[in-house]
Write a protein of this length. Structure first.
Length: 586
């Protein structure tokens, strides 16, 4: 089984369901065009990674173009992860039952069409719905990849094919934000951020054609039946949990959101009760056999995955907003800054096998600890740099965090599943992947609530840091003293109102009133120009940078906390021999 990898935006490549057994049935000769088959199925991996990492860097651009709220852009990220998670295990079973080639091609068709719909989205609601569809078809397509590789290559060739699989993960994570920023900068045919979705179309269409011709059909003679009731209970519970977390704040926590949060545990409990009863029935096919939860490695591993993956995607979502909205970086500039994280994930992943041979389970604790140190380092960097922060200031601490990410992400699946019986490995790895995606979606929602709330609570302090320079600039502009005081008071009110509103891109009435007063003022045009420059080019950028920097520092306590908890939870994992973890990871 190939463990997950993380993108430089923090978005992870989901761990696939375990490959089929050697008894897997297949049609056609294995050797015919097998390397071309590998290219086709890896295009699915590449698109899935590229699409998620590109989306992160494009959030400020699409928000501005679609006049979307911050809840909307959080949902653009979270709904994809949630839909993917809910379809992953079921998608693997559908491939085993009805044929991996067939399900893979159906997933590719749906993913490609959904990408086109995302690119053509006229508003935020349409984009969110399209991302939901995109996530569902991605979850249908992705579990087939390693199964197809398993049946298309001989045992001798399989390690080389899996090495290309790993290289594709690395390529997708490295290229995502940089390619996304570059496409947005190019603005091909005026598509702006839409090109990040349209780039999937030629790749998807070519993969469809070659896949239909070259991939041999295969299925599992021992395929489990579907578990529709379990799937519905799990999906409903997860959606009722995540949706209000993402959009509740934006709507002042309406009654339905609180009811949804209260009801979601009931559906999740019902899911576990139903799965336990189904497991007890002879010949049944539960989505998750309840016996798995008796394995300490699996239960603790699920909690570790949920906690750990709540940290990384949420960190990068906030980081890109801080760099682009707070400090004015272009999308490509923000992507380049985070490139070092992805490169160090690749380095850490490459070295993780040798570390696991020596330390076994402790490798995960070291990885979590390094990421936690990286987050603390970012907090310290922000504290001392303040409004003078330059992107390269973050590179040393991102290197530390990236190395930790590689040491955790590469061996985590193998270590957690080392004690799981082989016949249950497929269900275990599928549930593990689902929990990781749920953790990512939950983390994005919680971090969004924290960060945007902090922006409002820190607004008064942040505007205060800009007042000395503003008073000086207004004084030398020639504006009368009484009007200077009015301008200062108006700026503070405007900035406070802007940072406390639900949509930071909207112009509050207090800001509109200032613009109107300046326009109606009898002051000479040259004085008006100086006043406008003092406010818009001096005070506003300084206060905004201070607010985003300070709020990011405080929001990072979320990341420090989750990685610290993750590190401690690793201590609760059963201690397995390093050779066992290496074998499981293979």
């Amino acid at each position: 089984m190939k463990p997950s990898a993380v993108g430089e935006t923090g978005r992870q490549a989901p761990p696939p369901v375990s490959p089929p057994s050697t008894a897997t049935a297949q049609t056609g000769p294995v050797a015919t065009g097998r390397w071309l088959v590998l290219v086709v199925v890896l295009s699915a991996v590449f698109m899935q990674l590229l699409d998620t990492t590109i989306t992160m860097v494009a959030l400020p651009s699409l928000q501005k173009d679609l006049n979307a709220t911050f809840a909307d852009i959080q949902l653009v990220v979270a709904i994809y992860s949630l839909a993917f998670a809910c379809m992953l295990v079921t998608g693997g079973r559908l491939g085993d039952i009805y044929g991996r080639k067939k399900v893979f091609l159906i997933g590719m068709v749906g993913f490609t069409l959904a990408s086109a719909l995302c690119g053509a989205a006229p508003d935020a609601t349409f984009l969110i719905a399209s991302r939901l569809v995109q996530g569902l078809f991605s979850g249908l397509m992705f579990p087939q990849v390693l199964s197809i590789i398993q049946v298309s290559f001989t045992e001798k060739e399989r390690p080389k094919a899996l090495a290309f699989y790993g290289a594709t993960i690395g390529l997708g994570t490295v290229l995502g934000p940089v390619l996304g920023g570059w496409l947005i900068e190019l603005d091909i045919l005026g598509t702006d951020w839409r090109s990040i979705f349209y780039v999937n179309l030629p790749i998807g269409l070519l993969a469809l054609f070659l896949g239909a011709v070259k991939i041999n059909e295969s299925s599992s003679p021992e395929a489990s039946r579907l578990d529709p009731i379990g799937t519905v209970l799990l999906t409903t519970g997860l959606f009722l949990l995540i949706l209000p977390l993402v959009i509740g704040r934006e709507n002042d926590w309406p009654t339905w959101s609180l009811v949804s949060l209260a009801v979601s545990p009931l559906f999740l409990i019902a899911f576990f009760v139903y799965e336990a009863r189904l497991t007890a029935k002879p010949g049944s096919s539960p989505l998750v056999p309840s016996g798995l939860f008796k394995e300490r490695s699996f239960t603790v591993g699920l909690i570790i995955s949920l906690v750990f993956f709540a940290g990384i995607p949420s960190f990068f979502m906030v980081l890109f907003l801080v760099l682009q909205v707070g400090f004015g970086y272009t999308p490509v500039g923000a992507g380049v800054i985070t490139l070092c994280f992805a490169l160090m994930v690749a380095v850490g992943s490459a070295r993780s096998a040798s570390v696991v041979k020596r330390l076994g389970t402790w490798t995960l604790a070291i990885g979590s600890g390094l990421i936690m140190l990286g987050m603390i380092g970012i907090m310290i960097t922000l504290h001392y740099s303040g409004t003078d922060l330059k992107g390269w200031h973050l590179i040393p601490v991102l290197i530390v965090a990236g190395a930790g990410g590689g040491l955790f992400l590469a061996p985590c699946t193998g270590i957690i599943l080392a004690g799981i019986k082989s016949r249950e490995a497929g269900s275990a790895s599928g549930m593990l992947a689902t929990v990781q995606q749920v953790g990512a979606a939950t983390g994005v929602a919680v971090a969004g609530i924290l960060f945007f709330g902090l922006l409002g609570s820190n607004a008064t302090h942040s505007s205060g840091t800009a007042l000395p320079d503003l008073r000086h600039d207004l004084s030398v502009s020639g504006l009368p003293a009484a009007e200077q005081r009015n301008a200062v008071a108006g700026f503070q009110t405007c900035f406070d109102d802007r940072m406390n509103q639900k949509d930071l891109s909207a112009t509050p009435p207090s800001c509109t009133a200032i613009e109107r007063r300046v326009a109606d003022s009898p002051a000479p045009p040259e004085i008006k120009a100086k006043v406008k420059a003092a406010v818009l080019e001096g005070a506003v950028p300084k206060a905004r940078k201070e607010d985003f920097s300070l709020s990011f520092q405080k929001a990072l306590y979320w990341q420090v906390g989750v990685f610290a908890i993750s590190m401690l939870l690793v201590l609760a994992l059963p201690k397995v021999k390093p050779t066992e973890t290496v074998h499981a990871a293979a």
